[in-house]
Design a protein around this ligand. Sequence first.
Ligand SMILES: C[S@@+](CC[C@H](N)C(=O)[O-])C[C@H]1O[C@@H](n2cnc3c(N)ncnc32)[C@H](O)[C@@H]1O
Length: 231
Amino acid sequence: MSVLMSASEAREIEPATVNTTDEVTAFIVANLPVAPVPGIPEIRLHGARPGSGLRRVEQQSKLSPYWAYQWAGGAALARHLLDHPETVRGRTVLDLGTGSGLVAIAAAKAGANKVTAVDIDAHAIVATRLNATLNDVTIETLLADLTAGAPPEVDLITVGDLFYERRLAKRVTAFLDGCLAAGIDVLVGDPGRAHLPREKLAAVAEYRVIDFGAAGVTTPAVVFSVVAVTR
Ligand SMILES: C[S@@+](CC[C@H](N)C(=O)[O-])C[C@H]1O[C@@H](n2cnc3c(N)ncnc32)[C@H](O)[C@@H]1O
């Protein structure tokens, strides 16, 4: 991780915020049943169901438990990586805003040389570790906000559904701008959220996937290549 965190501005999150790792792990195992991801049967994840009682962990983290759900952008990106393993085979991949770890797991399954899953939510890191084990893949995890730092030393950055909020989208867009300038490839999966920097994206493929809160109903989501990102 030292390579990834070499940027002086990158904000590493205090380990103290994960002092309940064992409790969160036990909570997920006990309350979030394992099921294949709709449209991505190669991958199984722990997921929230009615009655999972997520509020109990939400109160600890103060962050929304996005890691417990499927997001259209990540689902499209994961499907794409599995269908086009040449995209990641033999490459180092960083999955920004990994949530459940779905995209990171897909990258590992598709043959990436090394995958690092990054999130600002300690519970997402716990869920990603559990889900990686469940799917028999090796993934490094990093609890950090890299968006204010220098580009990481990787070949490809994957970004699943991270343009849902204006300020976050601005930070991510600026970060990806720097990554692109540093020669890193960037793939974004998104169903068309409000703050997607569309003018800087080239569509690569479209998939019909399930989104958060839309059980059983598919929606289109696009995998984009970032061609030029500006602030
Ligand atoms: C909507 S979820 C998408 C999760 C996953 N990429 C997917 O598509 O399934 C957004 C995730 O990004 C994380 N996140 C938000 N801001 C972040 C940041 N600055 N750096 C890293 N992760 C971030 C959240 O904690 C959450 O897990």
